[in-house]
Design a protein around this ligand. Structure first.
Ligand code: NAP
Length: 256
């Protein structure tokens, strides 16, 4: 008996088995969900292979969140496998590491900022609305953030994009709440994923976390984030929306 028994969930943003999306998909299946996963472009073949490492087979859909045509076709692509969605997981982010990350904040041009915002912020609304016809009362949308309430070394425009994502989470919660759809974020501590490795200096966070997180921190603990996503997808948080749940070993609550 799992907390997602009978539910169908789309997890967007699964590339390899260190992706937080993979951990969420795995945890969702372990809790009884039927899971679909998506990714985009050249990495799709990697995603198809990685899907074989999930406990159960999962259809792999293509969705580039910056491609209006693919977004428009996403609900029909899901309908080939399921007639509704109880859950949507947005595990997607991108900013150009050469220009928008790693200490170049003061010199980043609009084009690179726009890309970061498009993929990492606006796509939360765009992806949710792409599958909106499949969501109904009781459905749950969950995204991933990295605490955007402060400035971090090297995180730069991704930090700004995450601040926007956290705001987007509240507005989606406001507008979908009356339809019974919950929208929440998991704020994860630093995890050694492909996206994290692309951030120059990200490894420095790991020592800070090791020193300060009262529960300690394992930067390969992808499952901790995946399990929290599943908890928010489940019926165990029926009155929670617009929330940011920290899965960071308690780091955010410590002053020093
Ligand atoms: P990841 O494995 O690299 O996942 C990021 C995913 O976004 C990849 O599957 C990537 O696909 C996808 N993506 C990028 N551009 C896209 C586009 N235009 N359309 C569709 N998908 C696109 O890294 P991750 O760390 O698990 O990231 C998942 C989420 O967790 C992100 O929102 C990230 O900011 C957040 N997060 C991460 C950490 C951390 O420390 N790792 C902490 C807190 C929050 P490709 O691989 O094919 O480019």
């Amino acid at each position: 008996m799992g907390i997602l028994d009978g539910k169908t969930v789309l997890v967007a943003g699964v590339t390899i088995d260190s992706s937080i999306g993979f951990a969420a998909a795995k945890a969702a299946q372990e809790q009884g969900a039927t899971v679909l996963i998506s990714n985009f472009g050249r990495a799709l073949n990697i995603t198809r292979r990685i899907a074989g490492r999930l406990p159960s087979p999962a259809p792999v859909l293509e969705c580039d969140v910056t491609d209006a045509g693919q977004l428009a076709g996403l609900a029909d692509a899901v309908r080939e496998h399921a007639d509704h969605l109880d859950g949507l997981v947005h595990a997607i982010a991108f900013a150009n590491p050469e220009t928008a990350l790693g200490g170049k904040f003061l010199n980043t041009g609009w084009e690179d900022v726009a890309t970061a915002m498009h993929v990492s912020t606006y796509s939360y609304q765009a992806l949710t609305m792409a599958v909106r016809p499949l969501l109904s009362r009781g459905s749950s949308v969950v995204g991933l953030t990295f605490d955007a309430s402060v400035a971090w070394p090297g995180y730069d425009w991704m930090g700004v994009a995450k601040a926007g994502l956290e705001s987007c989470n509240r507005y989606l919660a406001r507008d979908l709440g009356p339809h019974g759809v919950r929208v929440n974020l998991v704020s994860a501590g630093p995890l050694n994923t492909m996206a994290a490795k692309a951030i120059p200096g990200f490894e420095k966070f790991e020592q800070v976390w090791a020193d300060r997180a009262p529960l300690g921190w394992d930067n390969t603990g992808y499952d901790t984030a995946g399990k929290a996503v599943v908890a928010l997808l489940s019926d165990l948080f029926p009155a929670t929306t617009g929330e940011i749940v920290h899965v960071d070993g308690g780091f955010h609550a410590m002053g020093a």
